[in-house]
Design a protein around this ligand. Structure first.
Ligand SMILES: NC(=O)c1ccc[n+]([C@@H]2O[C@H](COP(=O)([O-])OP(=O)(O)OC[C@H]3O[C@@H](n4cnc5c(N)ncnc54)[C@H](O)[C@@H]3O)[C@@H](O)[C@H]2O)c1
Ligand SMILES: O=C/C=C/C=C(\O)C(=O)O
Length: 486
């Protein structure tokens, strides 16, 4: 059994309250270990340590020295690749091939991209004549914002947490991380990496716990936190934005989605089927960018539904390290119950169940896991709740369309605006539709293809702000203007 402690000022500590909760493996519901819930004393200590570290050795490092330390973090994550892989897989149950190709490599890459960015960024400079005939030169100086609260979800725990910690540290801030209560392992393990490479105590802190009435709410309310960066549900983002209002702390929010794929009849059919298969079912549908609404042009509708059905039925659920495993479980019993409740609602709303709709038949040793079947529905009106609400499971509804205009209208008919994928070989149509789709991220003939220099984020209720490359500097630094008269 493992203990998941808090990591505060360079040390692993328990808590004053003595409160712990269970961390369970979603593959078979076995107990991984106990997590020490941070209360007010631990949150206060973590924020105090982070605040003090801003003015300690960390704050005195040059950009090049700071980047060298971040490069060492990258090397040490790679050295301990297997430890991170095991920890992430135990918490999430995701297939090893997925975690080893996406989650852990991105954990390292999220530091690397921001050392590249920060070493190469310049600021603007202007010169003007003053009324008394002298000269004034202005230039920008980027300074760290201060103590950054990082609140992250459970679906890609290391990836989404380091996507915020990387730029925060590269810009010279210090952080207090509150990972999801469901997935404490990799954030906690990263503390060992920080100590190993000599990151000063207090620069990276982790407090474990829940959100409401727990570590998350205590952290976001803390007056010494200078900015809050959050990835998670839209309703949690609303609470966090309210918390940020006290003390006028800026927020960066990456929130939920109800993402569409729009498949035109002239697409490369095989690529469209393969890519939509990934975007619906990868990580058991627990990707914020994942597709839950598929719109297919009528001439290829039946063929597309049949092809996606065949793919879904070929996704063998199983243990993460088994070579033939294609799909893992959902992350928790709570989430399994939520997804299954949508499966029931789809039936009640009159959906045609093309495939799935329940719990797969698993061997005895896995029966207690959080399994659900990959599921496809057709035949629902656009007003049905499974077409409107984010489910975050391996499921989608497929709807036919007749015109480009109709497809754009249906894709945009949602309060969310995170991501869309368009499948067509007509480049004019692709750019026309991409221009009309109300999202932060639009892929053409692809999905979740990432260039970490590009702006990442959502529009409408899918978020506020963009992170990635230079765009991250907007949130993680303060831009000061200095004007010199001479
Ligand atoms: N837009 C994106 O980039 C993106 C990426 C991944 C996930 N998501 C979204 O995340 C959701 C799934 O993740 P989840 O269920 O972990 O999200 P969640 O909002 O339930 O929790 C996220 C984090 O917030 C904490 N939290 C909850 N209430 C809080 C409060 N009142 N104050 C402070 N912290 C609080 C949780 O403990 C957790 O650490 C989905 O809606 C998904 O779309 C979005
Ligand atoms: O589940 C959501 C996935 C988000 C991905 C990123 O934030 C990223 O690739 O940087």
């Amino acid at each position: 059994m493992k203990d998941f402690k808090n990591f505060i000022n360079g040390e692993y500590v328990t808590n004053v309250s003595g409160k712990t909760y269970e961390n369970r493996n979603p593959v078979d519901n076995s107990l991984i270990g106990m997590v020490y819930e941070a209360g007010k004393p631990e949150v206060d200590a973590a924020v105090a340590a982070a605040k003090a570290a801003l003015h300690g050795p960390w704050g005195k490092l040059s950009v090049v020295e700071r980047c060298a330390m971040l490069d060492a973090i990258v090397a040490e994550i790679n050295n301990r690749f297997d430890d991170f892989l095991q920890a992430e897989i135990a918490d999430t149950g995701k297939p090893a091939h997925l975690a080893s190709h996406i989650d852990i490599p991105r954990g390292a890459a999220n530091f690397k991209i921001f050392t590249d960015t920060i070493k190469n960024v310049s600021t603007e400079s202007f010169e003007m004549r003053t009324p008394d005939g002298k000269t004034a030169r202005s230039y920008g100086v980027r300074t760290p914002r201060g103590v950054i609260a990082v609140i992250s979800p459970w679906n890609l725990p290391l990836l989404l947490m380091t996507w915020k910690v990387g730029p925060a540290l590269a810009c010279g801030n210090t952080v207090v991380v509150k990972p999801s209560e469901v997935t404490p392992a990799t954030a906690t393990l990263l503390g060992e990496v920080m100590n190993k490479v000599g990151v000063p105590p207090g620069v990276y802190n982790v407090i474990n716990g829940y959100g409401v009435d727990s570590a998350g709410a205590l952290l976001t309310a803390h007056p010494d936190v200078s900015g809050i960066t959050f990835t998670g549900e839209t309703k949690t983002g609303t609470a966090i934005m309210k918390a940020g209002a006290d003390g006028i702390r800026p927020v960066s929010l990456e929130l939920g989605g109800k993402n569409a794929a729009v498949v035109f009849a002239d697409c490369d059919f095989e690529n469209a089927v393969n890519t939509v298969t990934r975007s619906v079912f990868e990580n058991c549908g627990q990707v914020c960018l994942g597709t839950e609404r598929v719109y297919v042009e009528r001439p290829i509708f039946d063929k597309f539904v049949a092809a996606l059905k065949e793919k879904a039925e070929g996704m063998k659920p199983g243990r993460p390290f088994d070579h033939d495993t294609k799909i893992g479980p959902l992350v928790s019993k709570v989430h399994q119950k939520k997804v299954l409740s949508y499966y029931e609602r789809a039936k009640a709303e009159g959906a045609t169940i093309v495939t799935g709709g329940g719990v797969p038949n698993m061997p005895d040793d896995l029966k207690d896991g959080c399994w659900v079947e990959p599921t496809i529905w057709t035949g629902l009106p656009e007003t049905a709740s499974v077409v409107r609400e984010e489910i975050f499971g391996p499921c989608c509804h497929i709807q036919p369309f007749d015109t480009e205009e109709e497809a754009v209208r249906m894709a945009n008919d949602t309060k969310y605006g995170l991501a869309t994928s368009i499948y067509t070989q007509d480049i004019s149509r692709a750019s026309r539709v991409a221009g009309q789709i109300e999202v932060g991220l639009c892929w053409v003939n692809s999905w979740f293809l990432r260039d970490l220099r590009t702006p990442f984020g959502g529009s409408k209720q899918s978020g506020i702000g963009r992170e990635g490359g230079l765009h991250s500097l907007e949130f993680y630094t303060e831009l000061r203007n200095v004007m010199i008269k001479y």
